[in-house]
Ligand binder design. Structure first.
Ligand code: PHE
Length: 465
C-alpha cells in the first residue's frame, strides 16, 4: 500500500492492478512452506499415496467451497474478516463479533511458528551460498546438519528475527503494489525451478519406487486410516490458507469482473501443482539417496540438500532454490502481517508504522518458544524430546484454528442470522465464469460443517489417545 489513506477500509479500496496480479498475490500467499515443507513431510509420515489421495479429495470437497466463501465475504464487504463479520449481517451482527475475533487471532498463531521455519530456509540459503553444506551426502551427515541447527538457538533466533523484521518492515513501508510485482516474478521462477528439478529427479536411480510410494494409494499396514484422513484435511486447509481470513483479504482487493468459483479453481490449481512438484522432488530424492521418508519437519531440508550435492553446480542451484523458497515463505508472511496490521489500523486506529512495530515486537517475542522448543526447552521439560513447541503450535493452527474458522465462515454464509445464502450466492456468482451451484446449499449448510467437525474431532482424538 502506498499511504495511510489507501488502507482506510472506510474509503475507496485499492484493487490489484490486474486479474493476473490478484491471482498471483492470492496464490503467492497460499503457496509457501505448506507446499514445499509441510506437504512432503506429512505425506511421508502418513503412508504416501493414500494421504495424497485424501488430500486431493479434501481440496475439492472442503477447500473449494470454503475458498469461494472467504473470497465472497471479502469482495462484498471490502473489509478484513473481523470487519466483514461485523458489517455484512443485517440481523444480529453482534453474534458474530467474538467468534470472528477468535478466528482472526489464528493469524498470530500461524506467524509464531511460520517465522521459525522460514528462518531455517534462510539459513540453508546462506549455508549453501557459503559452501558450508557442500560436503554432506550420506543420510547421517545430512540429518546431523539439521540437528546441529536445531541445537543452536542463537542461530535460529537470529534468522527468525530477521524474518520477522523483513516481513513487518516491508509492511511498514506499505508495499502491497511492490509485493504484487515481486510475487509475479518470484512465483514464475519458483515454478520453473520446481518443474526442472522434479523432471531431473524423476531420472534418479530408485526414483520409480519413490513415485510408487508417493502416488499409488495403498492401505497402510499399521498406520491408522483416520489419522491419515485427519492429517490430509489439516494439510488441505493449511496449504490453501483457509479459515482465518488470509484469503478473504484478497477478496476485498479484487474487482467484480470474474466469478469467484473460477478464481478459486485457478488458485487451488496453482497451489496444488506446487505441492505435487515438491512431492516428486522430495520422494525421488529420498528413495534415491536412502533417506527415510518419515523424517519429520527436517525432511525437505535434508533430502534436497542431498539432491543438490549430487548435482553439478549444486551449490548455486541449492542457494537459488532456498532463496526462492525463503521468498515464497516471506510473501506468505507479508500477507498475513498485512492482515494483522490492517486489523489494528481499522479497529484500533493505529498508524501503519505503529501497527508494524507492535507486530514486529509481539510476533518476534512470541516466536521464541518455538525456537527454544528444539533445544533449551527439551533439556528442562520433564517429558523430554517427545514433542516440540513447533509440533504443538502447528497442531493448534492446522487442526484447531483453521477447521474451526472454516466452519464459522461456512455458517456465516449459510445462516439467516449471518450473511445469508442468497447474498453469498449473488456475490460469488457475480462476474464471468463458472457458477457456484445453488443446489449446493444443503451440502454447504449441513454436510460440509459435519464433515469438518468430524475430522476436527479426529485431530483431537489422534493427539490425545
Ligand atoms: N498456505 C500457507 C502455506 O502454504 C500457510 C498459511 C496458512 C497462510 C493459513 C495463511 C493462513 O505456506
Amino acid at each position: 500500500m502506498n499511504g495511510p489513506q489507501e488502507t482506510e477500509m472506510s474509503q475507496a479500496r485499492e484493487t490489484t492492478s490486474s486479474r493476473f496480479g490478484f491471482l498471483m498475490l492470492a496464490a503467492g500467499s497460499a503457496i509457501g512452506l505448506g507446499n514445499v515443507w509441510r506437504f512432503p513431510y506429512m505425506a511421508g509420515a502418513n503412508g504416501g499415496g493414500l494421504f495424497v489421495l485424501f488430500y486431493l479429495l479434501f481440496l475439492l470437497l472442503l477447500g473449494f467451497p470454503v475458498m469461494c466463501m472467504e473470497l465472497a465475504v471479502g469482495r462484498a464487504s471490502r473489509r478484513n474478516l473481523y470487519g466483514a463479520f461485523r458489517d455484512l449481517p443485517e440481523k444480529r451482527p453482534s453474534l458474530w463479533r467474538f467468534p470472528a475475533g477468535v478466528a482472526f487471532s489464528g493469524n498470530l498463531i500461524l506467524m509464531i511458528m511460520y517465522t521459525t521455519v522460514t528462518g531455517w530456509m534462510l539459513t540453508y540459503f546462506v549455508d549453501f551460498l557459503t559452501g558450508r553444506l557442500a560436503a554432506l551426502s550420506t543420510e547421517a551427515e545430512l540429518k546431523n546438519q539439521f540437528t546441529s541447527l536445531m541445537n543452536n538457538p542463537g542461530k535460529m533466533s537470529f534468522y527468525m528475527i530477521l524474518t520477522v523484521l523483513i516481513g513487518s518492515g516491508i509492511c511498514a513501508f506499505g508495499l502491497r503494489r511492490g509485493v504484487e510485482r515481486i510475487t509475479k516474478i518470484l512465483m514464475a521462477g519458483l515454478f520453473v525451478l520446481l518443474s526442472v528439478l522434479s523432471l531431473y529427479a524423476l531420472f534418479l536411480p530408485g526414483a520409480g519406487s519413490g513415485m510408487k510410494f508417493y502416488l499409488m494409494p495403498s492401505l497402510p499396514g499399521d498406520t491408522n486410516i483416520f489419522k491419515i484422513a485427519g492429517g490430509a484435511m489439516s494439510q488441505a486447509f493449511f496449504t490453501l490458507s483457509l479459515g482465518i481470513g488470509a484469503l478473504e483479504i484478497f477478496g476485498s482487493y479484487t474487482d467484480k469482473k470474474n466469478s469467484l468459483a473460477t478464481e478459486s479453481i485457478l488458485i487451488i490449481s496453482c497451489d496444488t501443482l506446487a505441492a505435487l512438484l515438491s512431492g516428486i522432488l522430495v520422494f525421488a530424492a529420498c528413495f534415491s539417496y536412502g533417506i527415510q521418508v518419515d523424517g519429520g519437519p527436517g525432511l525437505v531440508l535434508f533430502s534436497l540438500t542431498g539432491i543438490f550435492n549430487h548435482l553439478p553446480g549444486g551449490r548455486i542451484l541449492g542457494s537459488v532454490f532456498f532463496l526462492f523458497l525463503s521468498i515464497a515463505a516471506l510473501t506468505t508472511i507479508i500477507t498475513v502481517f498485512e492482515n494483522l496490521i490492517a486489523f489494528m489500523m481499522d479497529e484500533w486506529h493505529f498508524s501503519r508504522r505503529k501497527a508494524a512495530w507492535v507486530n514486529f515486537l509481539v510476533v518476534g517475542v512470541l516466536s521464541l518458544p518455538c525456537v527454544f522448543g528444539f533445544n533449551i526447552w527439551r533439556h528442562i521439560h520433564p517429558l523430554g524430546t517427545k514433542s516440540t513447541i513447533l509440533d504443538f503450535e502447528d497442531w493448534l493452527i492446522s487442526d484447531i484454528c483453521l477447521p474451526l474458522g472454516s466452519i464459522l465462515i461456512v455458517f456465516f454464509c449459510c445462516r439467516d442470522s449471518g450473511w445469508t445464502w442468497k447474498k453469498f450466492l449473488a456475490e460469488v456468482n457475480t462476474g464471468k465464469g463458472l457458477r457456484f451451484p445453488a443446489w449446493l446449499k444443503w451440502y454447504a449448510a449441513v454436510i460440509l460443517p459435519v464433515l469438518i467437525l468430524y475430522l476436527f474431532g479426529l485431530g483431537i482424538f489422534n493427539r490425545f489417545f
